[in-house]
Design a protein around this ligand. Structure first.
Ligand SMILES: [Zn+2]
Length: 296
Protein backbone atom coordinates (compact mmCIF):
# COMPACT_ATOMS: atom_id res chain seq x y z
CA UNK A 1 0.00 0.00 0.00
CA UNK A 2 1.34 3.49 -0.78
CA UNK A 3 1.81 5.88 2.12
CA UNK A 4 -1.22 8.06 1.19
CA UNK A 5 -3.33 4.90 0.84
CA UNK A 6 -2.30 3.70 4.27
CA UNK A 7 -3.11 7.09 5.76
CA UNK A 8 -6.56 7.11 4.19
CA UNK A 9 -7.12 3.51 5.32
CA UNK A 10 -6.66 4.72 8.91
CA UNK A 11 -8.83 7.77 8.23
CA UNK A 12 -11.70 5.70 6.91
CA UNK A 13 -12.25 3.77 10.11
CA UNK A 14 -15.58 4.84 11.46
CA UNK A 15 -15.08 5.86 15.07
CA UNK A 16 -18.29 7.78 15.67
CA UNK A 17 -21.74 6.45 16.34
CA UNK A 18 -24.93 8.17 15.27
CA UNK A 19 -25.70 11.68 16.52
CA UNK A 20 -22.15 12.33 17.64
CA UNK A 21 -22.05 9.62 20.30
CA UNK A 22 -18.42 9.03 21.09
CA UNK A 23 -16.66 5.67 20.70
CA UNK A 24 -12.95 6.49 21.08
CA UNK A 25 -11.94 2.87 21.75
CA UNK A 26 -10.33 2.13 18.39
CA UNK A 27 -8.61 5.54 18.10
CA UNK A 28 -7.05 5.18 21.56
CA UNK A 29 -5.90 1.59 20.89
CA UNK A 30 -4.38 2.68 17.56
CA UNK A 31 -2.53 5.57 19.23
CA UNK A 32 -1.27 3.22 21.91
CA UNK A 33 0.00 0.79 19.26
CA UNK A 34 1.60 3.63 17.27
CA UNK A 35 3.45 4.64 20.43
CA UNK A 36 4.87 1.13 20.72
CA UNK A 37 6.14 1.18 17.13
CA UNK A 38 7.68 4.61 17.60
CA UNK A 39 9.61 3.23 20.57
CA UNK A 40 10.82 0.33 18.42
CA UNK A 41 8.47 -2.36 19.73
CA UNK A 42 7.15 -4.06 16.61
CA UNK A 43 6.11 -7.34 18.22
CA UNK A 44 2.76 -8.49 19.56
CA UNK A 45 1.37 -6.55 22.53
CA UNK A 46 -0.28 -8.76 25.19
CA UNK A 47 -3.89 -7.89 26.01
CA UNK A 48 -2.86 -7.99 29.69
CA UNK A 49 -0.58 -5.02 29.04
CA UNK A 50 -3.08 -3.17 26.83
CA UNK A 51 -6.10 -3.56 29.13
CA UNK A 52 -5.00 -1.37 32.07
CA UNK A 53 -3.51 1.29 29.80
CA UNK A 54 -6.58 1.46 27.58
CA UNK A 55 -8.84 1.62 30.62
CA UNK A 56 -6.93 4.64 31.91
CA UNK A 57 -7.10 6.32 28.50
CA UNK A 58 -10.86 5.69 28.24
CA UNK A 59 -11.37 7.04 31.77
CA UNK A 60 -9.35 10.18 31.07
CA UNK A 61 -10.29 10.95 27.47
CA UNK A 62 -13.43 8.94 26.72
CA UNK A 63 -17.04 9.69 27.58
CA UNK A 64 -18.28 8.67 31.00
CA UNK A 65 -19.85 5.21 30.71
CA UNK A 66 -20.83 2.51 33.22
CA UNK A 67 -18.55 -0.01 31.46
CA UNK A 68 -15.36 0.86 29.59
CA UNK A 69 -15.01 -2.17 27.24
CA UNK A 70 -11.24 -2.17 26.54
CA UNK A 71 -11.80 -5.66 25.07
CA UNK A 72 -13.98 -4.25 22.28
CA UNK A 73 -11.37 -2.56 20.02
CA UNK A 74 -8.81 -5.30 20.70
CA UNK A 75 -10.80 -7.74 18.58
CA UNK A 76 -12.89 -5.39 16.39
CA UNK A 77 -9.94 -3.51 14.89
CA UNK A 78 -9.21 -6.72 12.97
CA UNK A 79 -12.44 -6.16 11.00
CA UNK A 80 -10.85 -2.97 9.64
CA UNK A 81 -7.86 -5.05 8.49
CA UNK A 82 -5.69 -3.16 10.94
CA UNK A 83 -5.04 -5.74 13.64
CA UNK A 84 -3.71 -9.27 13.85
CA UNK A 85 -3.42 -11.81 16.66
CA UNK A 86 -0.84 -14.21 18.00
CA UNK A 87 -3.52 -16.95 18.08
CA UNK A 88 -5.97 -16.09 15.28
CA UNK A 89 -7.48 -19.59 15.44
CA UNK A 90 -9.04 -18.73 18.84
CA UNK A 91 -11.01 -15.74 17.62
CA UNK A 92 -13.92 -15.04 15.31
CA UNK A 93 -13.92 -11.23 15.18
CA UNK A 94 -17.66 -11.12 14.44
CA UNK A 95 -18.10 -12.34 18.01
CA UNK A 96 -17.55 -10.46 21.25
CA UNK A 97 -14.99 -11.73 23.74
CA UNK A 98 -14.69 -10.79 27.40
CA UNK A 99 -11.53 -9.35 28.90
CA UNK A 100 -11.27 -12.53 30.97
CA UNK A 101 -11.22 -14.69 27.82
CA UNK A 102 -8.53 -12.52 26.24
CA UNK A 103 -6.45 -12.59 29.42
CA UNK A 104 -6.88 -16.30 30.12
CA UNK A 105 -5.79 -17.27 26.60
CA UNK A 106 -2.86 -14.84 26.57
CA UNK A 107 -4.10 -13.17 23.42
CA UNK A 108 -1.79 -10.60 21.91
CA UNK A 109 -2.30 -8.17 19.06
CA UNK A 110 -0.55 -5.69 16.77
CA UNK A 111 -0.99 -3.92 13.47
CA UNK A 112 -0.56 -6.33 10.52
CA UNK A 113 3.11 -6.98 9.67
CA UNK A 114 3.07 -4.98 6.42
CA UNK A 115 1.51 -1.97 8.18
CA UNK A 116 3.93 -2.24 11.10
CA UNK A 117 6.94 -2.30 8.76
CA UNK A 118 5.66 0.60 6.69
CA UNK A 119 5.10 2.73 9.79
CA UNK A 120 8.46 1.77 11.26
CA UNK A 121 10.29 2.69 8.06
CA UNK A 122 8.43 6.00 7.67
CA UNK A 123 8.49 7.93 10.95
CA UNK A 124 6.80 10.88 9.25
CA UNK A 125 3.96 8.66 8.04
CA UNK A 126 3.52 7.35 11.59
CA UNK A 127 3.26 10.94 12.83
CA UNK A 128 0.75 11.83 10.11
CA UNK A 129 -1.41 8.83 11.02
CA UNK A 130 -1.30 9.76 14.73
CA UNK A 131 -2.09 13.38 13.96
CA UNK A 132 -5.04 12.51 11.77
CA UNK A 133 -6.48 10.12 14.40
CA UNK A 134 -6.28 12.95 16.94
CA UNK A 135 -7.84 15.48 14.59
CA UNK A 136 -10.74 13.19 13.74
CA UNK A 137 -11.58 12.33 17.32
CA UNK A 138 -10.46 14.90 19.86
CA UNK A 139 -10.40 18.71 20.17
CA UNK A 140 -7.00 20.40 19.90
CA UNK A 141 -6.92 21.17 23.62
CA UNK A 142 -6.53 17.44 24.41
CA UNK A 143 -4.01 16.39 21.74
CA UNK A 144 -0.82 16.88 23.74
CA UNK A 145 -2.28 15.21 26.85
CA UNK A 146 -3.22 12.13 24.82
CA UNK A 147 0.18 11.99 23.09
CA UNK A 148 1.88 12.15 26.48
CA UNK A 149 -0.39 9.43 27.85
CA UNK A 150 0.36 7.00 25.00
CA UNK A 151 4.03 7.99 24.79
CA UNK A 152 3.97 9.35 21.25
CA UNK A 153 6.16 12.19 20.06
CA UNK A 154 4.92 13.98 16.95
CA UNK A 155 6.42 17.36 17.76
CA UNK A 156 8.40 17.69 14.52
CA UNK A 157 6.03 18.79 11.79
CA UNK A 158 5.53 16.07 9.17
CA UNK A 159 7.37 17.07 6.00
CA UNK A 160 4.38 16.63 3.73
CA UNK A 161 1.52 17.87 5.83
CA UNK A 162 -1.59 15.94 4.95
CA UNK A 163 -4.13 17.77 7.01
CA UNK A 164 -7.55 16.67 5.98
CA UNK A 165 -9.59 18.02 8.81
CA UNK A 166 -13.08 19.13 7.95
CA UNK A 167 -13.24 22.71 6.86
CA UNK A 168 -13.72 25.01 9.78
CA UNK A 169 -15.25 28.40 9.53
CA UNK A 170 -12.31 30.79 9.95
CA UNK A 171 -14.71 33.37 11.31
CA UNK A 172 -15.95 31.10 14.11
CA UNK A 173 -13.38 32.32 16.61
CA UNK A 174 -14.05 35.97 15.91
CA UNK A 175 -17.84 35.57 15.98
CA UNK A 176 -17.72 33.75 19.33
CA UNK A 177 -15.32 36.19 20.96
CA UNK A 178 -17.48 39.06 19.76
CA UNK A 179 -20.68 37.38 21.00
CA UNK A 180 -19.13 37.14 24.47
CA UNK A 181 -17.60 40.62 24.28
CA UNK A 182 -14.02 39.33 24.34
CA UNK A 183 -14.19 37.84 27.83
CA UNK A 184 -14.11 34.33 29.25
CA UNK A 185 -17.75 33.35 29.89
CA UNK A 186 -16.71 31.79 33.22
CA UNK A 187 -14.11 34.04 34.82
CA UNK A 188 -14.28 37.20 32.71
CA UNK A 189 -10.60 36.96 31.68
CA UNK A 190 -9.93 39.40 28.84
CA UNK A 191 -6.32 40.54 29.14
CA UNK A 192 -4.70 42.20 26.14
CA UNK A 193 -1.06 42.94 25.36
CA UNK A 194 -1.40 46.29 23.65
CA UNK A 195 -4.22 45.36 21.26
CA UNK A 196 -3.60 41.65 21.09
CA UNK A 197 -6.11 39.39 22.83
CA UNK A 198 -4.28 36.85 24.98
CA UNK A 199 -5.24 33.27 25.80
CA UNK A 200 -8.90 33.74 24.96
CA UNK A 201 -10.36 30.99 22.79
CA UNK A 202 -13.58 29.99 21.03
CA UNK A 203 -14.69 26.61 22.39
CA UNK A 204 -17.13 24.31 20.65
CA UNK A 205 -19.77 22.99 23.06
CA UNK A 206 -20.50 19.99 20.81
CA UNK A 207 -17.07 19.15 19.45
CA UNK A 208 -16.26 19.96 15.85
CA UNK A 209 -15.14 16.28 15.61
CA UNK A 210 -18.65 15.15 16.65
CA UNK A 211 -20.27 17.25 13.95
CA UNK A 212 -20.85 20.32 16.11
CA UNK A 213 -21.46 23.33 13.83
CA UNK A 214 -19.47 26.58 13.79
CA UNK A 215 -22.29 28.79 15.05
CA UNK A 216 -22.72 31.07 18.05
CA UNK A 217 -25.25 28.78 19.76
CA UNK A 218 -22.60 26.02 19.79
CA UNK A 219 -19.79 28.19 21.12
CA UNK A 220 -18.41 29.72 24.28
CA UNK A 221 -15.60 32.23 24.69
CA UNK A 222 -13.31 30.71 27.29
CA UNK A 223 -9.83 31.51 28.58
CA UNK A 224 -7.26 28.80 27.77
CA UNK A 225 -7.61 27.19 31.20
CA UNK A 226 -11.40 27.09 31.24
CA UNK A 227 -11.39 25.82 27.64
CA UNK A 228 -9.23 22.87 28.61
CA UNK A 229 -11.23 22.16 31.79
CA UNK A 230 -14.43 22.25 29.71
CA UNK A 231 -13.07 19.88 27.03
CA UNK A 232 -11.84 17.47 29.72
CA UNK A 233 -15.26 17.40 31.40
CA UNK A 234 -14.34 19.08 34.71
CA UNK A 235 -17.42 21.26 34.31
CA UNK A 236 -20.39 21.70 32.02
CA UNK A 237 -23.12 24.24 31.32
CA UNK A 238 -26.77 23.38 31.92
CA UNK A 239 -29.86 24.51 30.01
CA UNK A 240 -30.29 27.70 32.03
CA UNK A 241 -26.61 28.62 31.50
CA UNK A 242 -25.44 27.71 34.96
CA UNK A 243 -22.01 26.23 35.34
CA UNK A 244 -21.96 22.80 37.03
CA UNK A 245 -18.68 21.43 38.36
CA UNK A 246 -17.81 17.73 38.59
CA UNK A 247 -17.76 16.15 42.05
CA UNK A 248 -14.40 14.60 41.07
CA UNK A 249 -12.61 17.93 40.90
CA UNK A 250 -10.08 18.52 43.68
CA UNK A 251 -6.66 19.97 44.39
CA UNK A 252 -4.93 23.30 44.50
CA UNK A 253 -6.73 25.91 42.41
CA UNK A 254 -9.99 23.94 42.27
CA UNK A 255 -11.78 26.56 44.31
CA UNK A 256 -10.43 29.52 42.41
CA UNK A 257 -10.92 28.12 38.91
CA UNK A 258 -14.06 26.04 39.39
CA UNK A 259 -15.86 25.70 42.71
CA UNK A 260 -16.45 29.40 43.28
CA UNK A 261 -18.38 29.47 39.97
CA UNK A 262 -20.37 26.29 40.64
CA UNK A 263 -24.12 26.75 40.22
CA UNK A 264 -23.71 30.34 39.07
CA UNK A 265 -24.76 31.70 35.72
CA UNK A 266 -22.01 32.13 33.14
CA UNK A 267 -21.56 35.60 31.71
CA UNK A 268 -24.13 35.44 28.92
CA UNK A 269 -23.51 36.40 25.30
CA UNK A 270 -24.58 39.87 24.24
CA UNK A 271 -27.69 38.66 22.33
CA UNK A 272 -30.37 36.16 23.33
CA UNK A 273 -30.06 34.67 19.83
CA UNK A 274 -26.52 33.54 20.75
CA UNK A 275 -27.47 31.64 23.93
CA UNK A 276 -26.13 28.07 23.83
CA UNK A 277 -28.59 25.63 22.27
CA UNK A 278 -29.70 22.85 24.67
CA UNK A 279 -29.07 20.31 21.91
CA UNK A 280 -25.36 21.03 22.26
CA UNK A 281 -25.18 21.48 26.03
CA UNK A 282 -26.96 18.12 26.47
CA UNK A 283 -24.38 16.52 24.16
CA UNK A 284 -21.62 17.95 26.34
CA UNK A 285 -23.22 16.57 29.51
CA UNK A 286 -23.58 13.08 27.97
CA UNK A 287 -20.32 12.82 26.04
CA UNK A 288 -17.75 14.95 27.88
CA UNK A 289 -18.74 15.78 31.47
CA UNK A 290 -17.04 13.53 34.06
CA UNK A 291 -18.28 12.39 37.45
CA UNK A 292 -21.49 13.54 39.09
CA UNK A 293 -22.87 16.96 39.95
CA UNK A 294 -22.04 18.62 43.22
CA UNK A 295 -24.84 19.90 45.40
CA UNK A 296 -25.97 23.36 44.49
ZN1 LIG B 1 -11.73 31.67 32.31
Amino acid sequence: MSNPDLLSHFQNINTWKSKGTRAPHKPLLMLLALGEIQRGNTGFIPYTSIEPRLKDLLLDFGPQRKTLYPNFPFTKLANDNLWQFNKPELLDTRQDYTSKFLRDHDLQGKFPDAVTQQLKQNPELLKSVAESILEQNFPDTLHQDILDAVGLDITAEPAAKTKQSRKRDPLFRESILKAYEYKCAVCGFGVRLKHKILALEAAHIMWHQAGGPDVEVNGLALCATHHKLFDLGAFTINHDLRMLVSDEVNGLGANEWLLQHHGKSIQPPQKKAFYPDPEFTIWHVNEVFKGGYRDL
